[in-house]
Design a protein around this ligand. Structure first.
Ligand code: SF4
Ligand code: SF4
Length: 296
């Protein structure tokens, strides 16, 4: 039911200009502290698809996998702080199925959070290569495969049928289902001259794509991944302590949720006034203009 509503919402969104959609979000769905945590964790930085303008910067990331012991330690701490108020744990990347230990990450999450939705957001292209133990493990741990359908030569229906045969939950994500993935762009303002509060208000990711990295929670996935952009292009996007909240330094889940529902200094780098959706999908040329606006 939720998936149907999401698909209808995404279809309607295709016909509404970005600026109107942003204003509708501010009016009808303002950012408020959440009562339950839905958290994303990047288990791998790089990806096998290399989409142009990837908002996780995965197409310009060095190959890197999340250390599983650090991951476990952070989830144990999340359990201490949030107890049962962790509603979703999303394993994401990059392409999470590139991580050979992906089922172990799922199993750890399931053991610590028996009632949470555990899901993997994936481009799905590696699913046809997975062995029986992968499928058995996902079934046992009740993991959802949340698959984004890209306009590439890949048999998504075959992957879906394989998941169903192995009794693993499979769902198309976002614009997907019968609609193929398009890209969007939040231009990066390299000077950091945006008003962070306005940028945050206009943003569709803040407080929605809450991300855990190295023991800190961030309101979106961009902030803990800006380092990838800096590394590749030699830029100087500054991320400071106040941009995230340290889960080892704070026991108060309500204070954490409040922080996550607020603008942070790094929001000054996001030019959300020029956010654009519906961009045709393509392979990256790794040019900085895929992420910033030029004068022409
Ligand atoms: S599949 Fe997703 S993570 Fe990978 S490059 Fe494309 S948008 Fe980025
Ligand atoms: S840094 Fe702020 S404005 Fe930019 S994506 Fe994250 S929450 Fe949104």
């Amino acid at each position: 039911m939720r998936n149907k509503a999401e698909q209808i919402k995404n279809k309607i969104k295709c016909y509404i200009p970005d600026r109107i959609w942003q204003i509708m979000r501010i009016v009808f769905n303002p950012k408020k502290p959440k009562t339950k945590l839905r958290v994303e964790i990047h288990v791998v930085d790089h990806c096998n698809l290399n989409c142009r303008g990837c908002d996780n910067f995965s197409c310009i990331a060095k190959p890197s996998f999340l250390d599983i012991d650090e991951y476990k330690r952070d989830l144990v701490r999340l359990r201490e702080v949030f107890n049962n108020d962790v509603e979703w744990i999303t394993l994401i990347g990059g392409e999470p199925l590139l991580n050979k230990k992906i089922t172990s990450y799922c199993h750890i999450a399931r053991e610590l959070f028996p009632d949470a939705l555990i899901r993997i957001i994936t481009n799905g292209t590696l699913l046809l290569d997975k062995n029986d133990s992968f499928w058995k493990s996902l079934k046992t741990d009740d993991v959802l495969l949340y698959v984004t359908k890209y306009p590439i030569d890949f048999d998504y229906d075959k992957a879906k049928a394989l998941a169903e045969k192995n009794e693993v939950k499979f769902r198309y994500a976002f614009e997907s289902g019968d609609v193929l993935k398009t890209m969007y762009m939040t231009p990066i303002d390299l000077k950091g001259s945006q008003n962070p509060k306005i940028s945050y208000k206009l943003c569709g990711k803040g407080n929605k794509c809450i991300t855990l990295k190295d023991g800190k929670l961030y309101t979106c996935e961009a902030i803990p991944n800006f380092f990838t952009f800096n590394n590749y292009f030699g830029t100087d996007i500054k991320v400071c302590d106040e941009d995230g909240i340290d889960i080892y330094a704070c026991d108060d889940s309500k204070a954490i949720m409040k922080h996550l529902a607020s603008a942070v200094p790094a929001c000054r780098y996001c030019d959300n006034k020029h956010y654009r959706s519906g961009i045709d999908w393509g392979v990256t040329e790794r040019k900085i203009t895929e992420w910033i606006l030029t004068q022409e």
